[in-house]
Write a protein that binds this ligand. Structure first.
Ligand SMILES: Nc1ncnc2c1ncn2[C@@H]1O[C@H](COP(=O)(O)OP(=O)(O)O)[C@@H](O)[C@H]1O
Ligand SMILES: [Mg+2]
Length: 398
């Protein structure tokens, strides 16, 4: 019988390879909460372009946290929804799933409170209004941190009470995972950072940890949202090494009794250049082309027969990114692609667009925020998804 495809393009992987050091960072935070019942240090933030494995890392850490006796809440930020009410809902879901809400009257009080806090932190513009009230005229040239006193107080009390409640019931405490943090508004980031700051001030009383992930703009966005945002711990996620890329392909197959030939592995590893999503995609299309049974071996020929499906999928992703770009952003991308180089200078892009170098900052920032391009130092940028330059050049010729 053919074995089920073990690869997971676009989903949490069965086996997370090559992230031992990053997982250890999270486990260190959790250990502090477990051992001392205190807050697990400053906000820990992983950042990387799309497809590098942020969500997979956080989901794997969430499993570890559950095994250690934590109750974990998960929130994925989005530009469409205010983040803080989502966070409160995530806490409620986590408490209910862990059956940690008291039965009877006390449970009802908790639920009513969660609803109240949801409203309190979700009032549009609360933080902004408060910031204007707080900003003293003498500070007008350096904008004050937009602290919303009411949301900070409400969120602080809720996180404190939830974490201590869980600890008192014999659990390890609370861990909150915040994915896609770059998409949170500056106000929401500010409230979150200020809340953590307050909780950290009384750290022995707060058995909780917060771990976040976002695109490479996240550190900058956090620092802009609150000056002390820079005290968060920032960790960038890199592409996988060749050895880890091989494990990503070989280990899930091995579990199904299926092997890879060396040249087949080498071909995929060479092509994907350490990009986890591309590795999962090629693994998956190779598997589907071969439909292996237990004891079979995947060959270079299977890799080749899987390529059209992998290419189709990639083209669909290229098209989606192109489709979401504004006309100015498209001109920017076309100018980048036209150079035919991986890393492109600001001057080359400006020249290609027929603009001054200073005048291309807005599309540049927006494309970085969207995760379509990323800075690689010295003002250079590159595409985050392999093959995107070729795709854009092909469009130009249509
Ligand atoms: N360390 C890893 N080991 C195996 N597969 C991974 C790893 N990291 C990411 N992946 C795979 O890569 C793809 C993208 O991962 P994801 O966590 O969604 O990235 P991100 O959140 O950074 O966009 C998924 O298909 C996932 O299965
Ligand atoms: Mg993700």
């Amino acid at each position: 019988m053919t074995r089920a495809n073990p690869y997971t393009p676009g989903q949490v992987p069965r086996v997370l390879v090559g992230r031992a050091a990053e997982l250890r960072r999270i486990e260190d935070l959790l250990a502090r909460v477990v051992t001392y019942g205190e807050i697990g240090g400053p906000l820990l933030v992983f950042h990387a372009p799309r497809g590098i494995g942020k969500t997979s890392l956080l989901r794997t850490a969430q499993r570890t946290a559950d095994e250690l006796g934590f109750v974990s809440a998960w929130v994925a930020c989005s530009r469409e929804r205010p983040v803080l009410p989502e966070l409160v809902r995530a806490l409620q879901t986590a408490l209910e799933r862990a059956e940690a809400l008291p039965r009877g009257g006390a449970g009802g009080r908790w639920r009513r409170r969660l609803e109240r806090v949801t409203i309190e932190v979700g009032l549009p513009g609360t933080a902004k209004v408060q910031a204007q009230l707080d900003a003293r005229p003498s500070e007008s040239e350096t904008p004050a941190d937009p602290i919303g006193r009411a949301p900070v107080g409400a969120l602080e009390a809720l996180l404190h009470d939830t974490a201590t409640h869980l600890r008192n019931r014999g659990g390890a405490g609370l861990v909150v995972f915040v994915d896609e943090l770059h998409a949170a508004s500056a106000d929401d980031m500010s409230v979150l950072l200020n809340t953590l700051q307050v909780l950290d001030g009384d750290r022995n009383a707060n058995p909780l940890a917060v771990v976040a992930a976002g695109l490479p703009v996240t550190p900058e966005a956090l620092t802009r949202a609150a000056t002390f945002g820079e005290r968060s711990a920032f960790v960038s996620l890199d592409l996988l090494s060749d050895a880890d890329a091989r494990s990503l392909l070989a280990v899930p197959a091995e579990a199904e009794g299926v092997a890879w030939t060396d040249d087949a592995l080498a071909a995929v590893v060479g092509e994907a250049r350490g990009h986890p999503y591309l590795l999962q995609l090629s693994g998956s299309t190779t598997w589907d082309a071969a439909r292996p049974e237990e004891g079979d071996t995947l060959t270079l020929d299977d890799v080749r027969r899987g390529l059209p499906a992998a290419r189709d999928q990639l083209t669909a992703m290229h098209r989606a990114r192109w489709g979401a770009a504004t006309p100015t952003e498209r001109a920017f991308l076309a100018a980048m692609a036209a150079t035919g180089r991986d890393n492109v200078t600001r001057a080359d892009i400006a020249r290609g667009m027929g603009r001054e170098s200073r005048a291309i900052s807005v599309p540049r920032e927006r494309l970085i925020e969207k995760g379509v391009i990323e800075p690689v130092g010295h003002g250079l940028v590159r595409f985050t998804l392999p093959g995107f330059g070729q795709f854009v050049r092909a469009l130009e010729q249509e």
